[in-house]
Write a protein that binds this ligand. Structure first.
Ligand code: TXA
Ligand code: MG
Length: 315
């Protein structure tokens, strides 16, 4: 199939309305959208991404009154979170509406919903005029796309359309918060910091990674975010030995930056998050065999960053 590139949100939405797949920018990463109410469209989406069928999708909405099409109930804590963070990079896990096709939620009785803040995303969702199921628009396992070119690299010929926007602002995905538990449970750290959530609703539970009983986002058990190069985590870049085929990204400068194939020193966690997946892809294009990435203090966006780094480094 020829993948149409467009800058028109209505043109991209027309594909979704016909039951086809269209990628679109959001404030976090690019998403790959399908009409959430058409099971065949959602099945085609799993196929195009090579996504395991047990990994549920987030449903994207643009207006609060669409919630009733997707969820069975909105508990008070979720109302408070929506008032504070919607639109924005927060995904709430809520009880699923019976009529929502179960392929969207991988058979779970809960559904993730999110209201993107990005203007082009909102124009696209409004023109789709239906809830839009959308995972990140990468081939399964690859770094999430932060540019339309990265979407094209992974999915050209496999999807109907790419809505071209600029580079995404946050660079890491939304925070996923389970609101079916009391207190709510953080399932995936993301662009909204845990501290912000706690500031808004008080207690938020954080399941420990080592607890086998801990409630989990199904997606977090799959290997993720990985470039072709091997990712190695470093705490102290001052001890890094330069290698001609290595890349490095981190807050601190390495000793011999000129002897690395790629070196990107970022000023803060925000810039690190924004640039990380782009840097991974850039290192692949440059033929790096290994990417050293500095882990950061586990606070604010640092939690999301360390989570993505650990998954990218997992073999
Ligand atoms: O920022 C984002 O969230 C981007 C943009 C496109 O919105 N989307 C995104 O989708 O990152 P995806 O599919 O790559 O990641 C969704 C995550 C997965 O870890 C999935 O398991 C989890 O959300 N998830 C979705 N529905 C869930 C549910 N009902 N219960 C638990 N986890 C769920
Ligand atoms: Mg993803």
């Amino acid at each position: 199939m020829d993948t149409v590139l467009t800058s028109s949100p209505t043109e991209a939405a027309a594909f979704v309305r016909r039951g086809q797949l269209a990628a679109f920018p959001t404030e976090t990463v690019y998403g790959l959208g399908a009409d959430a109410l058409r099971p065949e469209a959602v099945e085609a989406l799993f196929e195009a991404k090579g996504r395991p069928a047990d990994n549920p999708l987030i449903v994207h909405l643009v207006a609060r009154d669409q919630l009733a099409q997707v969820v069975a109930a909105v508990p008070p804590v979720a109302e408070a979170l929506l008032d504070r963070f919607a639109p924005g990079p927060l995904t709430l896990i809520l009880p699923k509406a019976p009529d929502l096709p179960s392929v969207v939620t991988a058979g779970l009785d809960t559904v993730g919903v999110r209201f993107p803040r990005h203007d082009l995303a909102r124009a696209f969702l409004r023109a789709c005029d239906t809830p839009v199921a959308a995972p990140s628009a990468n081939r399964s396992g690859r770094p999430s796309p932060t540019t339309w070119q990265a979407v094209q690299e992974d999915l050209d010929g496999r999807i109907a359309c790419i809505l071209r926007g600029g580079r995404t602002e946050a660079g890491v995905e939304s925070t996923v918060l389970d609101c079916t538990t009391t207190p709510p449970t953080l399932l995936r750290p993301g662009a909204v910091a845990l501290e912000q959530l706690r500031g808004a609703v008080g207690t938020v539970a954080t399941p420990s990674k080592n607890d086998p009983e801990a409630p989990k986002s199904p997606g977090t058990k799959h290997r993720h975010y990985a470039p072709a190069a091997r990712v190695k985590l470093v705490r102290e870049p001052s001890t890094l030995e330069a290698e001609p085929t290595a890349g490095y990204i981190g807050l601190a400068a390495p000793p011999e930056p000129d002897r690395l194939r790629r070196c990107h020193v970022v000023p803060d966690a925000e810039a690190y998050a924004r640039d990380l997946f782009h840097f991974f892809r850039d290192c692949d294009h440059a033929g790096c065999s290994v990417i050293y990435a500095q882990v950061v203090p586990p606070e604010g966006l640092g939690r999301a960053l360390n989570d993505r780094l650990e998954r990218a480094a997992a073999r």
